[in-house]
Design a protein around this ligand. Sequence first.
Ligand code: PMM
Length: 267
Amino acid sequence: MTGIWGIVNVTTDSFSDGGRYIDRDHAIAHGLMLHAAGATVLDIGGESTRPGSERVDPAIELQRVLPVIEALAERGVAVSVDTLNASTAAAAVRAGARIVNDVSGGLADPDMRAAVAESGADFAIGHWRGPSSDMYARAEYRRASREVAAELRERIGEAAQAGIAPARIIVDPGIGFAKTGDQNWDVLRGLADVTALGYRVLIGTSRKRFLSAQLATVGDVEVSEDRLDLATAVTSALAVRHDVWAVRVHDVGAARDAIAIARAWEG
Ligand code: PMM
């Protein structure tokens, strides 16, 4: 059954919702709303990874996410922390997070794997080739899905070596990270290369630029957030077919409905 990660970005500059939930009460209320709408996990982030974004001081990141994680975990909601920093990950797990979501798969912070191993949390490993500030310089692939799967296998090996058991590992092909629009579609078309690794697979397509670029080619109307959420719901429905364990989305209700209909079709 495909799960739904609801995105709570406690940031000023995330790709689509930067600044909207920087106030902690607002972020908590938003998380509870996403949970009520059907999110199986709430993914709390305090540093944007959008293309070209600058790094945030880990102390500020922690200040942003910790109260939100505490409040949501206290209510029994499964929480993930979206961070590149080992110190933030460790503190978040102490505050109740069950999953560390590192879009760099442990590459950005040399202490991350040990921190996750020690914390006992699950580890979501993203495919990444370098910081968002210049990640497109690294967007070179001959066969994108194969190379993404091979590089994820390396990250899995490193995590295992640090003492993270296979059952705790989730892999994510990192849609939009060091990938051009066409390369993102290549990765999704070849997603079987990633599911074949044998781990839980998470994908994050929500409101991303490769979807807006596609929508801009159809119809003569502005690419609104509603259109992007509908496009994301379509990718969520298709994820059901491709044995994806969970989708990471902003509009949880739309993903929930799309997944329900796709499941009915699958029988
Ligand atoms: N994308 C973003 C942030 N965190 N985490 C995972 N596991 N996978 C993703 O694709 C991913 C992520 C960037 O998107 P946002 O700024 O809209 O949150």
